[in-house]
Design a protein around this ligand. Structure first.
Ligand code: PMP
Length: 371
């Protein structure tokens, strides 16, 4: 028998667990990780090369530890698009919003503390909680994947969490959480004890509604987290950020590794921000394709959860293994979608019109086989 993880003295809570792992399969149409299907435009690629070349000359030095220029530009972007004035002192950036979330849990969670999310939701919240020694509480969602305010308030009152996650638009279901619900849960959480409420807005640029950034006003325990992985089409860059009261920005610096954002990352992100308008142009196309997927899936006869994101949850697939079986059959037709383990449902990311056509052909055939 070969030596494996279980032979190592790993922490008890990691024993028998699997790492996060959306399959990275080499198939013609990959619509499983909510990436933006459009490659970066050539002028931006050139600009990145230029800025990285400049940064390369100084790579003998550590990067700007506080990422001042980048945070200033991110603040300008949020102010311009989010309906709320945000300054550099309100913004913090890290390697993907996953790292932002990790830093938040290292700061406000940890051993002896708990975090709650309303599931099904973004599975990394629970995994990062585990990795930081934070207890995880699975809060309730309704059959239609909305959050019932009274049930959620009750879960908060009973469990007294230190961190509350609200993902809007939610992943994997796609629906947005109304601002009134976020406000009610913020109040419910503060009524129990001072606790942090993290609004994960990874997909907000694709939403029919507005960002919840204006709610930051007068709410120092609220954090809005964002990413350049989706709307900016830069998942490979690994750049996430948050907006919050300046005290939160000071607090996360207690746990961030020094120089966590490389000079290459900062230079690349700054180049991408110079091209914000072009990149957000793709968002409009993706929103239109998302709406087309919703309409066509319904026309074919599938149930679809209302989507404010760049992906769509569809079903239902009956039987104990129904959604996984459907996932495999769609894959047999060369299209990779996501089985998030929500019984009866699958998730498809909006791709290019051609990719979406290939997906729709595959699920049309699947439906015919079953009728
Ligand atoms: N939040 C949500 C809701 C997500 O779906 C994702 C990515 N799938 C992330 C955060 C993390 O994104 P990244 O680390 O690429 O910024």
């Amino acid at each position: 028998m070969s030596f494996g993880i279980d032979d190592l003295p790993v922490r008890d809570e990691l024993r028998g667990k699997s790492p996060y792992g959306a399959p990275q399969l080499d198939v013609p149409v990959r619509l499983n990780t909510n990436e933006n299907p459009y490659p970066l435009p050539e002028p931006l690629v050139e600009r990145i090369a230029e800025r990285v070349r400049e940064a390369a000359r100084d790579l003998n030095r550590y990067p700007d530890r506080d990422a001042v220029e980048l945070r200033t530009e991110l603040a300008k972007y949020l102010t311009r698009t989010g309906g709320h004035r945000v300054g550099r002192e309100n913004v913090w950036a890290a390697n993907g919003s996953n790292e932002v979330i990790q830093q938040l849990l290292q700061t406000f969670g940890g051993p002896g503390r708990t975090a709650i999310g309303f599931e099904p939701s973004y599975s990394m919240h629970a995994l990062i909680a585990r990795g930081t020694g934070t207890g995880w509480i699975s809060g309730p969602r309704e059959e239609d994947f909305t959050i019932d305010v009274a049930a959620a308030e009750q879960a908060i009152a009973e469990n007294r969490p230190d961190v509350v996650f609200i993902t809007t638009p939610n992943n994997p279901t796609g629906n947005a959480v109304p601002p009134g619900t976020v406000l009610a849960l913020y109040e419910a959480a503060q009524a129990v004890k001072p606790s942090m409420v993290v609004v994960d807005e990874a997909y907000v640029e694709f939403s029919h509604g507005d960002s919840l950034l204006p709610l930051l006003e007068g709410r120092p325990n609220l954090v809005v987290s964002r990413t350049m992985s989706k709307a900016f089409g830069a998942a490979g860059l690994r750049l996430g950020y948050l907006a919050a009261h300046p005290a939160v920005v000071d607090a996360v610096q207690l746990v961030r590794l020094p120089y966590h954002l490389s000079a290459v990352t900062q230079a690349t992100a700054l180049a991408a921000l110079e091209h914000t308008d072009t990149l957000l142009g793709y968002v409009e196309q993706l929103k239109a394709e998302r709406d087309r997927l919703v309409a066509e899936l319904r026309a074919i006869g599938y149930e679809v959860t209302e989507s404010d994101a760049n992906f769509v949850q569809f079903g239902r697939f009956d039987g104990a293994d129904g959604s996984h079986e459907a996932w495999r059959r769609i894959l047999d037709r060369g299209v990779l979608v996501r089985d998030n383990g929500v019984p009866g449902w699958l998730r498809v990311s909006a791709g290019t019109p051609e990719e979406n056509d290939a997906f729709l052909d595959a699920v049309r055939e699947l439906k015919k086989e079953h009728s």
